[in-house]
Design a protein around this ligand. Structure first.
Ligand SMILES: [Zn+2]
Length: 281
């Protein structure tokens, strides 16, 4: 059932697990996420970035995600990931998204607060929820490669101010993780996470979850992360299975899609157990 992400995240926060937040890139990945969530009875967040909406067809993508979420037996939130434009926020809220993220982290704190507050008010007006980001999460973010050089970590005092003054429902603080695949050993600044956890009441989000060792993810959840974003690993699984099917001479699209869906399901299942969400929906 289509649910607000605030509801999913507050349950996760209360019970000490994390909701898996999975990016979908096409129909097979979407189906793999929903089928696995249903099979494992896990509440999940289905998310997509503005770039993907633009490239695969926004209206059709939103319609298939809404239908799939509504047909699921478990709670599913539909979330707009990494929007840096007001236009996409309004578009998503008008197309049934139950959650939106405004990424105003490149702006100075005061502007980040102002934009995040505007987005939170718009989302709340239609019963949806809002996520904001503080500090720069490195790597490729919605096709913009920021590199790791300008990644700056979230300041705990600023995090407290952003949450208190904007009214957002979830916060993604930059803790040292990066989007895309890691070129070197990923790091999470746990001491910083502890400080932010102490100063802010809202659920915290870990971006760049692909490729982080399982033990590190578990530790982050133990210290208060309530949403773990997984995108790149699903793309890699899908592409690997499609490539293998094509190389083997498969000409029937659905047969290749079945294999790709199974490969993505494996990753989703693993992440759901890793995050502790199985049986919670
Ligand atoms: Zn992200």
């Amino acid at each position: 059932m289509l649910t607000s992400s605030a509801e999913i995240l507050s349950q996760a926060q209360k019970e000490g697990y994390a909701a898996g937040a999975f990016n979908f890139h096409n129909l097979e990945v979407l189906q793999a996420i929903i089928e696995t969530a249903d099979a494992e009875k896990a509440p999940v967040i289905l998310q997509i970035t503005p770039t993907y909406l633009e490239k695969i067809g926004a209206t059709a993508a939103a319609a298939m995600a809404r239908e799939a979420a509504a047909a699921a037996k478990v709670p599913v939130a539909l979330h707009l990931d990494h929007s840096n434009s007001w236009q996409w926020i309004i578009w998503a809220l008008a197309h049934g998204f139950t959650s939106v993220m405004i990424d105003a982290s490149k702006f100075p704190l005061v502007e980040n607060i102002a934009l995040s507050r505007q987005v939170a008010e718009a989302a709340h007006a239609v019963g949806a929820s809002a996520e904001a980001e503080l500090g720069h999460i490195g790597g490729v973010e919605d096709s913009v490669d920021r590199g790791n050089a300008d990644a700056s970590l979230a300041d705990p005092t600023e995090a407290a101010r952003l949450v208190a003054e904007s009214g957002i429902d979830a916060l993604a603080p930059a803790l040292g993780t990066a989007h895309g695949l890691y070129m070197s050993e990923p790091k999470i600044d746990f001491a910083r996470l502890d400080k932010i956890r102490k100063l802010t009441p809202v659920p915290l989000v870990l971006h760049g979850g692909s490729g982080i060792p399982d033990a590190m993810i578990r530790e982050a959840i133990r210290r208060g992360i309530a949403k773990v974003n997984i995108g790149t690993e699903l793309k890699v699984a899908w592409a690997g299975a499609m490539e293998a099917a094509m190389t083997a001479g498969e000409k029937e699209p659905w047969k290749a899609a079945v294999k790709a869906r199974e490969a993505v399901r494996e990753i989703v299942r693993h992440k759901i157990y890793l995050c502790g969400g199985a049986g919670k929906g």
